[in-house]
Design a protein around this ligand. Structure first.
Ligand SMILES: [Fe+2]
Ligand SMILES: [Fe+2]
Length: 142
């Protein structure tokens, strides 16, 4: 659950950070990105999210699905969510790569903003759904 809170906090921080960048004059964006340590933070968040999904996809979910065949449909939905999330994480990463260019355009910041908000929204919904499925299992097994 701590991991989930960290992911939600991280994605909210990412969106707020992008909003701050939107307020910075174009010529100062590079400096602001460096000052906010925005790229290492984003890189860690995206890596952390991918890693968490891999552990669930290859560890927890197959194990729980074997223990509780009735929940297979729920795990299939969560697995589908992970694919959507992976695509959203990759899109955000691509939009972040544009911040490495010498000049950062408003369009690339707008694309990043859209990607960050989409990621935050999908992650919130997914974690809510996932906890609905897995919390009863954890409660049952103490
Ligand atoms: Fe999770
Ligand atoms: Fe998940």
């Amino acid at each position: 659950m701590k991991i989930h809170r960290d992911l939600l906090d991280g994605s909210a921080k990412l969106s707020r950070g992008i909003e701050q960048l939107l307020d910075v004059p174009g010529s100062d964006v590079g400096e602001a990105v460096a000052r906010m340590k925005f790229l290492p933070f984003s890189h860690n968040l995206i890596g952390f999210a991918h890693h968490h999904h891999e552990i669930e996809d290859h560890g927890y979910f197959p194990q729980f699905a074997r223990m509780y065949p009735k929940l297979n449909r729920g795990f299939a939905l969560l697995d589908g969510d992970h694919k959507v999330l992976d695509a959203a994480l990759d899109e955000t990463q691509m939009a972040l790569n544009a911040l490495n260019r010498a000049t950062v355009t408003r369009d690339s910041l707008a694309a990043l903003h859209k990607g960050g908000l989409a990621l935050e929204k999908i992650l919130n919904r997914h974690i809510w759904d996932e906890e609905e499925v897995i919390i009863p299992i954890f409660l049952r097994h103490g």
